[in-house]
Write a protein that binds this ligand. Structure first.
Ligand code: HEM
Length: 143
């Protein structure tokens, strides 16, 4: 039977792809809003909120993994520089904060264009941090 660690790691692995897909979707969908070509409708809001949600889920799964690995005295990211675990955790939090700011600002901004700009800039920043946080040296899929 698969251990809880294996299950959590597999979910964290797969959700990484949802984070990346929804992040690209959020930026692409809002570029023309930023340029003044379209209003900020629920179709533009949806990918921003989904991106934020997938990132929040990723943080929760990651923290559960850290807690479980700590309890079982397992080394996090064995074989790489010891600071990588903290860098991964810090960047994960930062990306989630950026996406949350993007979601709030794109809802509260005064004009349609400002909503689009907030979505593109904050989700774009979150996406860049996610790309830097991902341990690309690990397996791409859990199966
Ligand atoms: C605060 C946020 C995060 C925490 C606490 C966290 C924690 C962890 C932990 C403990 C591991 C397992 C390391 C091991 O097995 O040695 C891991 C692996 C991983 N993390 Fe995160 N993580 C976070 C955010 C993210 C984000 C934002 C992404 C990408 C969207 C991500 C992608 C991955 C991937 C791809 C792996 C390797 C999965 C595998 O080998 O199957 N993590 N993370």
């Amino acid at each position: 039977m698969a251990s809880l660690y294996t299950i959590l790691l597999a979910l964290h692995n797969i959700n990484r792809w949802l984070v990346l897909l929804t992040g690209v979707w959020a930026v692409v969908q809002n570029i023309s809003v930023m340029g003044g070509g379209r209003p900020f409708t629920p179709s533009e809001r949806r990918p921003v909120a989904t991106f934020m949600g997938t990132l929040h889920l990723q943080v929760v799964l990651g923290l559960l993994l850290y807690a479980l690995m700590g309890m079982q005295h397992m080394t996090v990211f064995p074989g790489v520089r010891p600071s990588f675990g903290m860098e991964h955790l810090g960047m994960g939090f930062l990306a989630a904060i950026f996406a949350t700011v993007g979601s709030i600002q794109s809802r509260k901004a005064a004009t349609e264009q400002a909503k689009g700009r907030a979505a593109v800039i904050w989700c774009g920043l979150a996406l860049l941090v996610v790309l830097a946080a991902i341990p690309w040296f690990r397996r791409l899929l859990p199966f």
